[in-house]
Ligand binder design. Structure first.
Ligand code: AMP
Ligand code: ZN
Length: 325
């Protein structure tokens, strides 16, 4: 594959090699990282061992076309099938997790709920968005009382927990079914308008949870002095990336509610990078490695090993970093 690629692009050898060093499953990491090491020795070029999350965080800075690139300090909300994380990035190498999921990722839960509602396709939550928006919101076909939770809120003093939790939404979908549609065994057995209304309200509840917790985490970051309060003159760059970030309802809710009340309404500058690039691991890791090499002057010793556990806040605490001359 490497040989074909070099031939195709008429490249003798690259200037720099970037490979994921962690965190993740050690078998997968070793396969890629050891290949990269072999190539680095064979070609005698430097190797950068990149953190997977750093790839997610820095890739939006790659897109310089229409949008301005996010400038430090900026905040990223990563919402995908594998992550739900709010991160404050202060420089190439300094990243603080403001909130993370306590259980599963948001995309995973949206997909589970969509499946429960009988939605089919390869990206279930994406299909669910299309299903919901195919009927205008101002004409609810089903006038029913439904109750969805906003987890980790005011009960039992949990209102200040700066974390997300999605595991309970699938149970609440089933509870609503039992309570309001007795005798219907599965949500997928409901009529199309009922399923659409359930999907709409459930999606709204999940996004409402993300937005309220993100707002709380941002407020705390400002109160703790980690982040200057965003103003109209100096707005905060806010990146929302990952597969779920393509959802228009989520974008609208972030725009409407992320900073209100509390901050001026135009004190945030949203960046929604194109999902097809944000999920391309080769681009993500390549770009993050280039930033580490060029901006931070860092690369990795060839004796360093891939690592399953590597918190993003401890990026530079890992062994093996070398400083470029
Ligand atoms: P990723 O993990 O970044 O590859 O994103 C995949 C996840 O994003 C899956 O859970 C998808 O169902 C979800 N996803 C993709 N498009 C949408 C959308 N328009 N609305 C909500 N979720 C989406
Ligand atoms: Zn990822």
């Amino acid at each position: 594959m490497v040989r074909d690629l070099l031939r195709k692009h008429s490249i003798a050898k690259p200037d720099l090699l970037c490979a994921t060093r962690g965190p993740g499953m050690i078998g997968s990491l070793s396969a890629g990282y050891n290949l990269a090491k072999g190539l680095a020795v064979a070609w005698d070029v430097p190797l950068v061992g990149v953190h997977h999350m750093l790839g997610h965080l820095l890739t939006p800075r790659f897109f310089q076309e229409n949008a301005e690139i996010p400038k430090y300090p900026f905040v990223s909300l990563l919402v995908s099938g594998g992550h739900t994380m709010l991160v404050l990035s202060q420089s190439t190498t300094q990243h603080k997790v403001l909130a993370n999921t306590m259980d599963i990722a948001i995309g995973d839960m949206l997909d589970k709920c969509a499946r429960e509602l009988g939605i089919t396709g390869s990206m279930l939550a994406k299909e669910m968005e299309a299903f919901i928006s195919s009927q205008p919101i101002n004409k609810p076909a089903v006038d029913i009382a439904l109750q969805f939770p906003n987890p980790l809120q005011n009960k039992q003093g949990r209102t200040n927990i700066l974390a997300y939790s999605f595991a309970g939404f699938i149970t609440s979908l089933r509870t609503n079914l039992e309570k309001y549609f007795p005798g219907v065994a599965r949500a997928s057995d409901l009529g199309v308008e009922q399923r659409r209304e359930l999907a709409r309200r459930m999606q709204h509840a999940i996004f409402n949870h993300v937005v309220t917790k993100s707002r709380k985490a941002l407020q705390h970051a400002v109160e703790d002095g980690l982040l200057a309060a965003p103003t109209t003159q100096v707005p905060l760059d806010f990146v929302c990336a990952g597969g779920v970030a393509s959802n228009m309802t989520l974008r609208q809710m972030l725009d409407d509610k992320l900073l209100k009340p509390g901050f001026p309404s135009d004190s945030i500058k949203f960046h929604f990078p194109p999902p097809k690039w944000c999920t391309d691991n080769a681009l993500m890791i390549g770009w993050a490695g280039i930033e580490l090499w060029e901006s931070a002057g860092l690369y990795t010793d060839l004796s360093a090993l891939p690592t399953a556990r590597w918190p993003i806040e401890e990026l530079l605490d890992m062994d093996g970093w070398l400083k470029r001359e």
